[in-house]
Design a protein around this ligand. Structure first.
Ligand code: ZN
Length: 364
């Protein structure tokens, strides 16, 4: 049987609570109940819950409210799923819900947030095969859609444990969004105050932002609560490895999935994380140029090496005629940070690569 869960793209998540939520919590009421081997078609709202407008004006980016991030469709209750099982999710198809997509830079977020701190927006026209933009002329990005967020519900105990784990990180100065009822859906207590934010990926999956979780891929989630409670959202038309600006090509989406269960599988295989089989269909490119990112002033530091590669690639793209915000955003949607080696002490290599195929006007 095919079960469909629709959303209204012109309404906020809060106005369609029966099918939408934006926190992780085991007590959120399921939107639908399915049997293993049913197919399910889900429509999803965009990551910012409609806050970003299709206009060049950036006041929407400057005034982003992080409370409603990310609206998720679900939860989906899978009959027969019990803690200790594995929920196998096959991604069969994915695509945009409309033709508008966006990528942005906003103050306080992104891998290079100390360098890029001004609001900047790129609007995309999402075609069947490519996205193009009036804001970055001379490029086209092949469609490679996938869900940024896909995960199952944590148990009550995990909600408590993970909250205190993240509070510990925050107390050491880490950038963490802790539970906050402002903008929470559902807004009822105690879910609004206890529900975990959707920004970090965790043991239940969530905001993994793995671009290869595209049609043809398979993800196995350890089940933590009865019914598994699968939720999906934050669909991306395309994304590089890194999603460096904090956004991909964001869109409302449609995704078709099938699910099945491996009874007692999480216990049997000792799986405490999602296990996935990436899709070869996500490989839209064949021809790259790369710059070697190196941590030349520190020892065994992959973050510095990645940063070095990215900054050098942005500088290179500036010489090709792009402004540095366009270059940062282009890298976010089509650039790849690849861990090439972690052994040549004290210096690691992170290759920062851009596919040559995205350029329609210049050749690099
Ligand atoms: Zn996203």
């Amino acid at each position: 049987m095919v079960v469909k869960v629709s959303v209204s793209p012109n309404k906020r998540c809060a106005d369609q609570e029966d099918v939408c939520h934006n926190r992780w919590h085991p007590d959120i009421k399921p939107a639908v109940e399915i049997s293993p081997d049913d197919e399910i078609v889900l429509e999803t709202l965009d990551a910012l819950d409609g806050q970003i407008r299709n206009t060049p004006d950036t006041s929407d980016i400057a005034n982003i409210d992080a409370g409603p991030v990310h609206p998720l469709t679900g939860p989906i209750y899978v009959k027969g799923a019990e803690p200790g099982d594995l929920l196998v999710v096959r991604i069969l198809d994915a695509g945009p819900l409309g033709s508008f997509g966006y990528t942005f830079v906003t103050k306080g977020f992104g891998f290079l947030r100390d360098v890029f701190d001004k609001p900047y927006k790129v609007r995309w026209e999402l075609g069947r095969h490519y996205a193009s933009s009036p804001d970055i002329p001379g490029v086209r990005i092949p469609a490679a859609p996938f869900p940024g967020v896909i995960g199952v519900a944590p148990s009550r105990e995990q909600v408590r444990e993970w909250r205190s784990r993240e509070a510990g990180i925050a107390s050491k100065g880490g950038l963490v969004l802790l539970p906050d009822p402002r903008g929470a859906v559902p807004s009822r207590e105690p879910i609004a105050s206890e529900g975990l934010r959707t920004l970090p990926p965790r043991e239940n999956g969530g905001n993994l932002d793995v671009r290869n979780l595209a049609p043809g891929s398979e993800i196995l989630f350890p089940v933590f609560v009865r019914g598994a409670l699968l939720s999906v959202g934050d669909m991306h038309y395309a994304q590089g490895d890194g999603e460096v600006s904090v956004t991909a090509i964001e869109m409302g989406g449609v995704i078709r999935l099938s699910v099945s269960l491996i009874k007692d599988g999480a216990r049997k295989y000792g799986l405490k994380r999602p296990l996935y089989r990436p899709s070869p269909l996500a490989e839209a490119y064949k021809d790259y140029i790369c710059i070697a990112g190196l941590n030349l002033d520190s020892a065994e530091d992959a973050t510095s090496a990645a940063r070095d590669g990215l900054l050098n690639m942005i500088e290179f793209l500036e010489r090709m005629g792009y402004d540095r915000y366009q270059a940062y955003i282009l890298f976010s949607v089509a650039g790849f940070l690849r861990l090439s080696q972690v052994v040549d002490v004290p210096t690691y290599t992170v290759s920062a690569c851009i596919p040559r195929e995205v350029f329609t006007r210049i050749s690099i």
